[in-house]
Every structure is written in C-alpha cells, then in structure tokens.
Write a protein that binds this ligand. Sequence first.
Ligand SMILES: [Zn+2]
Length: 348
Amino acid sequence: MLSNSDLAELLARESERESGILVRAYRRAARSAFLWPEQVSRLIAEKRPLSELRSIGPFISKRIQRWIDRPPKEKISVPPIRRDFLALADARVLLAKNPDWSKQLRGDLQMHTRYSDGSGTIREMAAAGSERDYEYIAITDHSKGLKIAGGIDEARLAKQAAEIAKTNARAGNGFTVLSSIELNLNPRGEGDMDPKALRQLDVVLGSFHSVLRVKHDQTPRYLAALRNPDIQTLGHPRGRIYNYRLGLTADWSRVFAEAAKLGKAVEIDCYPDRQDLNLALLKIVRREGCRISLGTDAHHSWQLAFIELGLAAALKAKIPAERIINFMSILQLKQWVASLRARKRKRG
Ligand SMILES: [Zn+2]
C-alpha cells in the first residue's frame, strides 16, 4: 500500500508534468500530504472521502484513487531534493507501534516566538508544551545577525529572560520554559552575540543560515561550529529545504565523531520542510555516537506536533534513547550543559 510520503512524491512529480493551474494544485497537495493527520490508505479502507484531507479536491482525489488502485510497479525513486522526508501520518503509525519510545520524550528544544519570527507569545508556547505533557520547552528565537527573521540583540534577550522567569513562576512546578537562542553562525562557525549573554541561557543552539548553496565540502565549518565554546547543539545541520535546497555536504562521519568527542548534540529539526538531520545521516550519527536534540522549529503553537517527525526518524535510525537530549530530565539536561561549559573553562 502506498504511504503518504509515496503519494507526496507522486503528486510532486505530477506537478512537474502538468501545466497551468494544475501545477500549483498538485504542488500544494504534495506539500499538504506531509501534514495529513491520517494515512490515505486508512481513509480508503474506511470508505471515507479523501476530500477530508487538506488540498484534495474532486480532481486530485480521483488521481490518488487511480494510484491506489494501480500502484506504480517499480519502486518510487525520489530525487535528492525531495528524498528522505517523512509524512506525519506515516510517522504516527510507526510511533504507535512503538509506544515506549515516544513516552520518553520530555520536551521540545527549538521554537520561535514573537520576539523574532514566531507568531505565538512565550505564554502560548508554554501552554501548548504543557498541554502535550512536556516537562520543558526551550525558546530559541533568532539572534541579532539574522535580520530577515527579526533576530534579537542582548538587551531583548535579557528582556525575554525576565518574561520567561515570570512565566515559570506562574506555571509552578512540573513545567519549565528554558531560556535559549538560535545563535546565528557565520561560515567560520562564529556566533553574533556577546558570549557573556549566552552563558546566562540554559542551553544554546547554533545554526547556519547563510552560504547554504555552495557545492564543495563544508567539513571545516562544521568542525569550527562544534568547537565554538558558546554552543551545545548544532541546529538543522544540512540546511536543506524540501524541493528547494539540497543543503550542504561534509564528511559527516568526521563531523559527528567530533560532536561525540566534544559531548555536543546535533539536531533533528522536525519542521516538515526541513527534517534535518534526515534518516541517512542519522544512521551515521548512530555509528559515531554523538547526542541528538529534537526541535520542532515551531513558529506557531500547533506546530509542536511536528516533534513526531523527529521521533520517528530517530526511531528508524535506531538512535539509542540515552543519546537523545529531550529524553533527559530537566536536571540532567542542565547538568549536561554545565559539564560542557566546565570543560571549556578547564581548557582555558
Ligand atoms: Zn534556523
């Protein structure tokens, strides 16, 4: 039976073959397929109309029915720019078969608020995290160098920290908002904020947002970023975007081995268009033994649901549970950050 991600690929291909308004209709359906809450196969088994799903009208519904009735004989080969993306409904089916895996999840470590380019307030994101039974969320607004995303400077960061402290005081025990940031890294792996301000934060995520289309090996920039003493986690490492940008290339074994040596984490950015790291690289992560951080990169509170894409990818890659930062208690998480900061001091 075709999975939702298979159907997403068939729809994306169809959009490339079509002309006129159908190009957009198929493309929109392909992207929606990653977010459909249920598998098409299930709707069909239950004789429900496919128009229950977003971006499916009568025309596309008929086309999908034909694929289901006569699935392509050869394996669906996906071009690299769309390869290795999971659909939410497929991820949910996989996670439902392994309930003990998701139960270990305690929080989400990347999301944005109105302080930068997100649409929710700290309180709204906290309420959404609490509703999911999390113990913590980390607020990671963009840092000042990323002007296009409304990055925040040290003064705004301090103001945010005060607001987070107030939110935590109101929330009481059992749920904590962590102060964090998505530190914008330049291609030399350097951040754009005063290290003193970063040390006030519970945890620091660092990400590249520039020079993401170069084709040659970028191993040195990754090694430099991991060695940057101000960050603990490297965010959306490849910088890929579904059907838009392939992302960077590197000697990934070396990159992840360095992260393991330094005790740092690399991220699975669970945003559907990113899914970065992806399964193929996560298999290398498993071999090299570094830690993994899961972050939805949510810009709206409902997007915290994207965590399932990362949970499913890590499960598929057989990442050991003890390597996942989000499976740690808040105390363990803070101890991990403190140990990395202490290591750095020892080295001088
Ligand atoms: Zn980012």
